[in-house]
Design a protein around this ligand. Structure first.
Ligand SMILES: [Zn+2]
Length: 152
């Protein structure tokens, strides 16, 4: 076996008599390096897969899309709660939602009631319009609608 650094023939162990390089140690380092690359590749692959799954599930999720000249807001929801929302600035105006407060109202009144109230408020205030995309949640009762300007 020859030294990887200088090519001198190694006599009885891996440490080169000429340049002092430990030829076994270098091999170990190379192995560790390969292991690190493998781990990085796996992590990057998993992150890519995760991103893809999030993209697909976002595409499939239910939305209430509200658009107006004053601004847009998209509410994303599942069976029982709002999972996300996106505000888009239009003409320097933006609709801002208080997520925690919204969740409180949904727990109290129900998701369908909340979304319907939001739709009403948006359409009245902005002169815009909202439409559901995906599953439209069902209201428990229409006799007691939620008024977002004055929630009881
Ligand atoms: Zn050497």
């Amino acid at each position: 076996m020859k030294c990887k650094n200088c090519g001198t023939e190694l006599i009885d162990d891996s440490i080169c008599d000429f340049c002092g390089l430990d030829n076994n140690k270098q091999e170990e380092n190379a192995k560790n390096y390969n292991g690190l690359i493998a781990v990085i590749i796996i992590v990057v692959s998993l992150l890519t897969l995760l991103g893809l799954i999030i993209c697909i599930s976002n595409e499939k999720s239910n939305k209430l899309i509200c658009k107006s000249e004053r601004g847009n807001i998209t509410i994303i929801y599942d069976d029982e709660i709002i999972t996300n929302y996106k505000s888009v600035v239009v003409n320097n105006s933006q609709f801002v939602m208080n997520y925690d407060y919204s969740v409180k109202l949904i727990r109290k009144y129900g998701l369908a009631e909340f979304l319907d109230a939001l739709k009403t408020l948006f359409e009245e205030d902005s002169n815009g319009s909202c439409k559901y995309e995906g599953v439209i949640p069902k209201m428990k009762s229409e006799s007691n609608p939620l008024d977002l300007r004055n929630p009881k």
